[in-house]
Design a protein around this ligand. Structure first.
Ligand code: ATP
Length: 319
């Protein structure tokens, strides 16, 4: 292997730049040529590819987003698009491709590997919803953003003795909601894995009020939907003023936390080491505190579920 390509794909996440930096710097350190590919798989198909040097990644470790830009590429999911992407790898002599992104991006990488391109995935998504890894780059930064919002909402909700609903990201996974709910001391956490029990939420609000709580915080994962609707229903049922806040894209931006920068640096470096060791088609992961790598098929067939203990604990901690 002489040339490594690197791209970011799917939703952006804080820390992707730190991962790109680690891939470029370790790659060059070990004697590889490193090519940057802009706009994810779209850029690969179009040949939006350029050679990177040590200075290409200067001053980006602290920046959110991705300097390589990212995209969702429907064309890549067609036979023709995939073939074009594979032939671009050959034209630019890319022997190994590092893909920083989520589950969908890894499935795309696996398809590309069938054309003889060695692919290595680095988990980058704020959702922490990739089965093979305990951690995905961007999760900690997103949690800190949500926590900051909770602190602010708490101030005003307490002063007005209101119920607040905060809708956070997570279409299919409640990791952001669960972790930020614990970090922010939410009374109720509503996640797709557990479903919505309106009666239970209302009971907790009334119960909390009777116990002298000045406000009540509900964290809702977007996958379960309708924060504004739920606010109306709660207000009607309890007579307590209820406000919904949808946090949205704020969660995807911002300077990555120290933890995200360290994880991105370790995972980025590991991706290059794996290529150097001659391994083929791997996904980098954090498992029990260690950086490891899995076969891509094995990684994509894994399942992970929400921590039941944490979910139950959140209720006890907000009694
Ligand atoms: P996130 O969930 O954080 O947005 P992701 O990588 O899962 O990240 P997707 O939009 O699902 O984001 O995937 C990014 C791109 O990867 C898609 O636009 C598509 O080109 C490719 N891709 C997604 N799913 C598949 C699949 N099942 N098979 C092949 N390619 C896929």
């Amino acid at each position: 292997v002489k040339t490594i390509g690197v791209l970011t794909s799917g939703g952006d996440a804080p820390g992707m730049n730190a991962a790109i930096r680690a891939v470029v710097r370790t790659g060059i350190y070990y004697g590889f040529r490193v090519m940057g590919i802009r706009r994810g798989y779209n850029g690969l198909i179009e040949g939006d590819i350029f050679e990177m040097n040590l200075r290409s990644v200067s001053d980006i470790i602290q920046r959110g987003g991705t300097i390589l830009l990212t995209a969702r590429s429907p064309e890549f999911m067609t036979e023709n698009g995939l073939k074009k992407a594979a032939s671009m790898c050959k034209i630019f002599k890319i022997d190994a491709l590092v893909v920083i992104g989520g589950d969908g991006s890894f499935r795309g990488a696996r398809d590309l590997s069938k054309f003889g391109i060695n692919v290595v995935g680095i988990p980058g998504t704020i959702d922490n919803d990739i089965a093979c890894t305990d951690y995905t780059i961007g999760f900690d930064t997103a949690l800190n953003t949500v926590q900051d919002a909770i602190n602010k909402i708490r101030d005003t909700a307490t002063s007005h003795e209101r119920v607040s609903i905060l809708e956070v990201m997570g279409r299919h996974a409640g990791y952001i909601a669960l972790y930020s709910g614990i970090a922010g001391g939410a009374e109720s956490i509503v996640i797709p894995e557990k479903g919505l029990d309106k009666d239970e939420i209302i009971r907790r609000i009334i119960d909390g009020k009777n116990k002298g709580k000045l406000h009540n915080l509900i964290i809702l994962a977007e996958g379960i939907g309708g924060a504004t609707e739920l606010a109306k229903e709660i207000e009607e049922a309890t007579g307590i003023e209820t406000r919904a806040t949808i946090l949205g894209y704020i969660q995807r931006g911002g300077s990555p936390t120290a933890y995200d920068r360290v994880m991105a640096s370790l995972m980025g470096a590991r991706a290059v080491e794996v290529i150097k060791e001659g391994k083929k088609n791997r996904i980098i992961a954090l498992k029990d505190g260690k950086i490891v790598d899995y076969d891509i098929d094995e990684a994509l067939s894994m399942q992970k579920s929400i921590d039941e203990y944490m979910y139950d604990l959140a209720t006890i901690l907000s009694l």
